[in-house]
Design a protein around this ligand. Sequence first.
Ligand code: SF4
Length: 412
Amino acid sequence: MIATSMAVLQHTYAVPLARAAARSRSLSAFAVPTKAGVSVPSNARESQVLLGMSEPELQRLALDFGQEKYRGKQLHHLLYQRKVKDIQDFSNLPLAFRNDLQESGWRVGWSPIYQTVKAADGTIKLLIKLEDNRLIETVGIPVEDEKGSMRLTACVSSQVGCPLKCSFCATGKGGFSRNLQSHEIVEQVLAIEEVFKHRVTNVVFMGMGEPMLNMKSVLEAHRCLNKDIQIGQRMITISTVGVPNTIRRLASHKLQSTLAVSLHAPNQKLRESIVPSAKSYPLEALMKDCQDYFQKTSRRVSFEYALLAGVNDAEEHAVELADLLREWARGSHVNLIPFNPIDGSDYRRPYKKAVLAFANALESRKVTVSVRQTRGLDASAACGQLRNEFQKSPLVVESEEMESQPEFAVAC
Ligand code: SF4
C-alpha cells in the first residue's frame, strides 16, 4: 500500500521526498533505494513522526511536499495547540496534502494508552504501548494550592526499563530494553494533559530510565516541551544517578532547568552498595561536575536522597552529607525520599521520627531540605516503584496477548 502510493508520489515530488526521507525520524535508519533513486522505508511498519518537530522543520516538510511554507505553521498549531492525533483530522489542510503525508509513511505519533491506574490521592499512572509493542510508564501528579489552582507534574520515562540497577529501584530490577525517541517522551506529557484535561505545568525526568544515557532524545524532547508546548525551562527537572562525562555535556547546553542528582549516600563506599554504577564514577568527580554545572548555568543542583531504614538514614550520615555539600555545593537543596516499598527488596521505609531527625540534622547545618510527600503509593506509581506487579511480565507485549495481560502496577 505504502509502496504503491510512493510510486505515484515520486512522479510529482521525487526530489523533495528524497530530502524528507533523509530527515526520517523512523525507528530504523535503514532504507532501500527505489528505481527512481528515492529512499523509502525498508520495513512496512516504519513510519515518520510529526510529534517533536519544530515549526521550522514542519515548514521545510510542507515545502518538501510542494506546499506553501505557512502549512508548516498550521501543522505546528494542529500538533501542539489543538493536539490532533490523526493526520486525516487535520481538517484545515488540503486533503491531498494529508493523503500525501500518510501515504509516504508519516503519522502524528500518539500511542495508545494500554492501561490507566488512579491512586486515592489523585495521582494517575499510564501505561503507554509504543509502536513496537513495548510498554512505558508515565505518571501525572496533581497538586492543588490554597487558591484552588492546580499544579500538574508529569513524571516521564526516558528509556524502556533501565540498565543501571540501583538496588532500591523496581525499574532497575526489570532490565533494559531500549532508549526512547524524543517524540515518545513528548507524547507522555500530552497523554497526561489529555487524561487530566489540564495543562502540564511541570515535567520531571524521573520515570523509567537514566536520562543521561539517552541525552540526545532527552534534549530534543526538552526543546519541544519548552518551545512547542510552552513549558518553562525552569519547570523542567532532569534527574540522573550520575553517568561519567554527561553532566559537563549537559552544562554546555546552559539550560535553565534543574539538574537533580540522585546521591543516596554521603560517601563513596556506601554509595557503591546502593548504586552499583557509582563504581565507575567516584563521588568526588561527581560533585566536581555538579559544581561545574552550577558555574556554567547559575542553576544550583538539587540532590535526591532515598532514605533506607538502617542503611543510610542515621544522623551521622546527615552530618557527613552536610559536610560534603559544604565542600562542593554550598547552598544546594536536598530532597529526602523515604523509601517506597517494592517487591523482592529487603530495604525498609524509615520511621517518620528518623526522617525528621535526618532532616533536622541537615537544617541545623544550614542545608535546605524538603521531605518528598509520597504520592501514588496505592497505585505503585511512587518513586522507585515503576515496575512491580505488572512488570513481572515482559517490557513488550504481542498484540494477541493484550487481552490476557494481568492487572499491572507500574514503577517510577
Ligand atoms: S533509580 Fe533511576 S537510574 Fe537507578 S535503576 Fe532506577 S530508573 Fe535506573
